[in-house]
Write a protein that binds this ligand. Structure first.
Ligand SMILES: NC(=O)c1ccc[n+]([C@@H]2O[C@H](COP(=O)([O-])OP(=O)(O)OC[C@H]3O[C@@H](n4cnc5c(N)ncnc54)[C@H](OP(=O)(O)O)[C@@H]3O)[C@@H](O)[C@H]2O)c1
Length: 254
């Protein structure tokens, strides 16, 4: 039987790459990125050195909305001659700023990039998963969907949307062996958060802000995703799993 295929948006950096790296032994990989070719080529090399049997392909596509998602899905299915059984929606950027001060196009961009793309790719992938009676959809939310900060209206909105989508869709497809889950990471050290982590480290604030006293590692996310992708995780669906070292439990500083 041929290997199952995992489609991972944002699969060349940070959390998406950690997921790819952890599942590469068992699945072929279609990794999507926005623009950083060097990083993408390096990610592919790293995976193939460790897993020579893994078929990895890179797709440079700045996803925003249904049409680009459809184009991507078509290219992936043609190139691998099979459809993805696993979809990991990790792509997206943070664009912080006070709601009133920001041009509305920035909010719109975040909605297209995080939310519409996640829904569109899932819609496209589900049809084959439905026929196969197996599928895994893993979406990236954030603790920012429930632990609010000024300046994150757009980000909190899209991540809350992803959580609602995850739970409601899980109910509709569970009977076909398809699970749909979301992860809500706290502060994980990736290129996206590097400046913030450095700043907190420099001011010795990590222990004050995060009960376990450190930022999380991408590998910790990858391990959880590896499990969620497996047959063993077939009873876990419609959940949002917080993985944040206790960050969202409350204010640790008083
Ligand atoms: N790190 C954290 O602490 C944290 C916490 C909570 C939630 N999250 C969520 O986890 C996800 C991954 O974050 P990360 O920290 O791994 O970020 P990252 O290291 O910056 O990686 C982002 C990846 O997504 C790609 N990408 C960005 N926009 C894209 C687009 N429009 N279309 C296609 N690819 C795109 C990037 O490609 P290029 O490299 O080419 O730009 C890169 O491969 C995000 O959804 C984020 O909101 C992260």
């Amino acid at each position: 039987m041929s290997k199952k295929l995992a489609l991972i948006t944002g699969g060349t950096s940070g959390l998406g790459f950690a997921c790819a790296d952890k599942i590469a032994q068992e699945y072929d990989l279609a990794l999507v990125y926005a623009s950083n070719d060097d990083k993408a080529i390096n990610a592919k090399k790293q995976i193939q050195v460790k897993n020579p049997e893994c078929h990895v392909e890179l797709y440079r596509k700045e996803l925003k909305g249904y049409l680009l998602a459809k184009e991507l899905y078509g290219e992936v299915c043609d190139q691998f001659a099979k459809a993805p059984s696993i979809l990991i929606n990790s792509a997206g950027k943070i664009r912080d700023g006070l709601f009133l001060n920001m041009d509305f196009s920035v909010q719109d961009q975040m909605i297209q990039e995080h939310l519409t793309t996640t829904l569109a790719l899932t819609h496209l992938c589900l049809k084959e998963m439905y026929k196969d009676k197996f599928g895994r959809v893993i979406n990236f939310s954030s603790v920012s969907a429930k632990y609010f900060k000024k300046g994150q209206v757009g980000y909190a909105t899209v991540k809350s949307g992803i959580e609602g989508f995850t739970k409601c869709l899980a109910m509709e497809v569970a009977h076909r062996g398809i699970t749909v889950n979301a992860l809500a990471p706290g502060l994980i050290e990736t290129p996206m958060t590097q400046d913030m982590v450095n700043n907190l480290r420099e001011h010795k604030l990590l222990r004050e802000k995060i009960p376990v006293g450190r930022a999380g590692t991408p590998e910790e996310i990858g391990d959880l995703v590896h499990y969620l992708c497996s047959e063993r995780a077939s009873y876990i669906t419609g959940t949002v799993i917080t993985i944040d070292g206790g960050r969202s439990l409350g204010d640790n500083s008083v």
